[in-house]
Ligand binder design. Sequence first.
Ligand SMILES: [Zn+2]
Length: 493
Amino acid sequence: MRLAVIGMAQETDTFNPQLTTLDDFRAYGLYEGQQMLEDRHLDARTRGFLTAVRVDAGDIEVVPIIRGIGGSYGRIARAVLDHFLDRIGSSLRAGAPLDGLALQLHGGCCADGIDDVEGAILETCREALGPDVPIVLSLDHHANLTRRMVMGADLIVGFRTQPHDPYETSIAAAQLLFRLVRREIAPRGAWRKLPLISHQEQYLTSAGPMRTWFQRARAMERIPGVLTVSNFPVQPWLDIEEMGFASCVYTDGDQALADRLADELADLAWSLRDELQVQTSIPVVEALQVTAAAPHGVVILSDHGDSVFGGSACDSTTLLEAILGSGMDRRVLIPLVDGESARACAALGPGASITRAVGGTLSGFFRPVTITGTVRTVADGQLYVDGLPDPEMDMGVTVIVDCGPVTLMISEQRGVGGNHPGVYRAFGVEPADFHAVVLKTASNFQWFRPIAAQVIRVDTPGPTQSDIGSLPWARIPRPMYPLDPVADWRQER
Ligand SMILES: [Zn+2]
């Protein structure tokens, strides 16, 4: 059988006004055809698909179409979407005859003027393949599941864990595709949408309400006749139509069972709605007091409002300003995206003294802060960080600047915002030497775990802030819990 594989992933935050460009995709690796199967260009999902093909040992020919990762940021530019739809449509037609498609998308991508990019990609694929070629869609579980996605795909499989398991999910999705192409299964699906969103503080699937909800989905997959079960606690910073949590169940030919299980998962999420809103992040002043008093080891300061994995721009100066003004005498490491400052420091060169306003230029939530310091390192920012699901990135011109107790990594592009120690090590900085490190994520602490003594969640403002109630919502369907009182998730929408 000839199976096409497509991997396109961008997670949008509609509260970040910056558009995602083709250069953003190129910064994380944009490849077509055989190039996307070269070892150094493989991301975790493509790698998972290839593993499933190898394990199957059947007569499978892989037809690579396109792979593009755009990180998390504002809506993608309309011309970028049009370019991708054009490439996907023409390459699928050129790849004919095809027996199936492994479609690996995020599910939370919006373009300028278009809320449901994945729905548009699915329709392009369906048009190119015709009605009978199976499409198995794998999604990040922060996807906003829509009617067009459900209609366009034969099966949908979401990530099972936070932090994510893209490799394992991709294998599971591929194995279902093989069975579908061989006509071994006849999927019947049911999905439920809830008028519910929540901030990111309860998103880890290892504890709390998310654990309860996801464990029930895993238990359902052990019921005879159930093919795959996915929960979608959508990424919350999407001010779009058709927004909200969702669940999706597929059985082998049993519609009643799919409906019953989908209802049960929706009921369970609804029963957890208040636990999902529990906030554990603390105010900045308190966070810095705890940090200053911490005995030893690296303190992780999780900058909730400026998460680069949630769509912020890594341009927050909130913690930088607070630390410089706090009299902190212990060393703190902070990433910052500010292209102009990176280029200006690079032009001065290592050893140069600088005084300039930095940061706060992109997302509209922050203001620049004036620093005085010394340029330590100038680099080109081309990295391959082993251990990341998408290891390739280009951070553009990147400089390391020491200013008082703070060491800043200032770059043109965000990369992963310093959320992996390997990023700093590539620039000659050892994060274990610092008393505290500011991470631009509220969930992905796993790469810092070996050196972290403590994680402090900081309630900071920004495009990914926990205080979702005060964001300027305009398009989201109302009523929406917890923005409005909602008595029953089954209400008429
Ligand atoms: Zn996600």
